[in-house]
Design a protein around this ligand. Structure first.
Ligand SMILES: [Ca+2]
Ligand SMILES: [Ca+2]
Length: 145
């Protein structure tokens, strides 16, 4: 995910710099068979620069969806959403969800009844190991690839 500065409107007197902002993430809503969208922040807080901008880098996890980010300083806070939009490698049919349809596709590929297109662990073959990787997010265990 590309870091984007977020204008927040915090102010200390007439100044916008040297304000310590804390960032918090709220995971995306969990629907059955879907991974939890979120990210890992490079730091839990940052100090505003002379332009009044504080930023941290959010590295997206492999789950598609929107999550909430809240920046706060003292009693003030502002929230905004971020979206992980790239398809997870476990979403083999690329419909935006990891569910039984992806598992069914991986069964076909592992058995050789469908063209082997999704070598999820990049070991050169599509087999039961790739199938297990596709099953994990359906069980809310995350996509390990
Ligand atoms: Ca899918
Ligand atoms: Ca494989």
């Amino acid at each position: 995910m590309t870091p984007e500065p977020q204008p927040l409107g915090f102010q200390k007197g007439n100044r916008h710099e040297d304000i310590l902002l804390y960032f918090a993430l709220q995971w995306g809503l969990i629907a059955p068979g879907r991974c939890k969208s979120s990210a890992t922040l490079s730091a839990p807080s940052a100090v505003t620069n002379s332009a009044g901008i504080a930023s941290v880098t959010a590295t997206a996890n492999s789950s598609i969806g929107t999550y909430l980010v809240t920046a706060s300083a003292g009693t003030f806070s502002a929230s905004f959403t971020r979206t992980n939009s790239a398809f997870s490698s476990c979403d083999v049919n690329q419909d935006g969800q990891t569910n039984v349809l992806d598992v069914q596709q991986m069964v076909k590929e592992a058995l050789g009844t469908a063209r082997a297109l999704n070598d999820l662990n990049s070991d050169g073959t599509v087999n039961v190991v790739d199938l297990q990787i596709a099953i994990d997010p359906v069980r809310n265990l995350g996509c390990s690839q």
